[in-house]
Design a protein around this ligand. Structure first.
Ligand SMILES: [Zn+2]
Length: 242
């Protein structure tokens, strides 16, 4: 089957429903490329990209009452409770730029969070979950190959973006190192934790009609992005015929 190429305005038309804004959820293990595609997707669909991590930081920085509550947990080294994350998220969703929907990154991560999100959305939004699928061996190569400069923090990759001189930053001459949580053994552990936490969530979305879309995240960036775009129109047709 050939791929369907769509212009930006056609895409926007296809992903708009007059009744229901779209909540696009990006799912996938660390290294699967969610971060890479979030911004181009946000531009193509004209939907804001909302990262819950950024939301926390903004609320804390503005010292809002939600921010103060979040800071209390973060300072203790605890996870921010789901209800508080949802309070922050729905505070953000009130903004005009979310009227047609949004792209969610980093939330929900667990089944409990997905159910809580559904309750709050009250069936007023259409959820579409994109699951970026990449075999573990490739994820480990991608993550464990990352190198970061100790001084200027510029990142490299042993295979895909190697420095000109081994172990030295091309920008500032600083030493390059592998972050602790990018070590191969730890990456395997992170993937295991991800799977344990997120598989029930993927099953939950898979059991609903036209919610979960699998995306093959193995190929080149442009190919993967095209696959993502191709996953969207059939979804839009499904909601417009409801
Ligand atoms: Zn550097």
């Amino acid at each position: 089957m050939g791929s369907i190429l769509l212009g930006a305005s056609e895409l926007r038309a296809l992903t708009r429903s007059p009744e229901k804004p779209m909540v696009l959820i990006l799912l996938g293990p660390p290294g699967a490329g969610k971060g890479t595609h979030a911004t181009p997707l946000s531009l193509s669909l004209d939907l804001p990209h909302i990262s819950t991590g950024d939301l926390f930081r903004a609320q804390i920085q503005s010292n809002s009452s939600l921010g103060q509550k979040a800071k209390f947990y973060i300072d203790q080294g605890s996870l921010v409770p789901d209800d508080l994350v949802l309070d922050m998220l729905f505070d953000r969703l009130k903004a005009q730029d979310c009227a047609q929907g949004c792209i969610l990154d980093g939330f929900p991560r667990t089944l409990a969070q997905a159910k809580a999100l559904d309750l709050r959305l009250e069936n007023k939004s259409q959820i579409l979950a994109l699951n970026f699928h990449v075999p573990d061996s490739i994820l480990i190569d991608r993550i464990a190959g990352r190198l970061v400069c100790r001084d200027c923090k510029k990142s490299y990759h042993k295979l895909f973006d190697p420095p000109a001189t081994a172990d030295l930053c091309g920008e500032c001459g600083g030493r390059l190192y592998t972050r602790d949580d990018d070590q191969a053994s730890i990456v395997s552990k992170r993937l295991e934790v991800y799977r344990e936490e997120t598989m029930p969530l993927i099953d939950y979305y898979a059991a609903q009609n036209d919610v979960l879309k699998e995306v093959d995240g193995q190929g080149a960036k442009e190919q993967v992005f095209q696959d993502v775009l191709n996953a969207l129109p059939s979804f839009a047709k499904a909601i417009s015929s409801q």
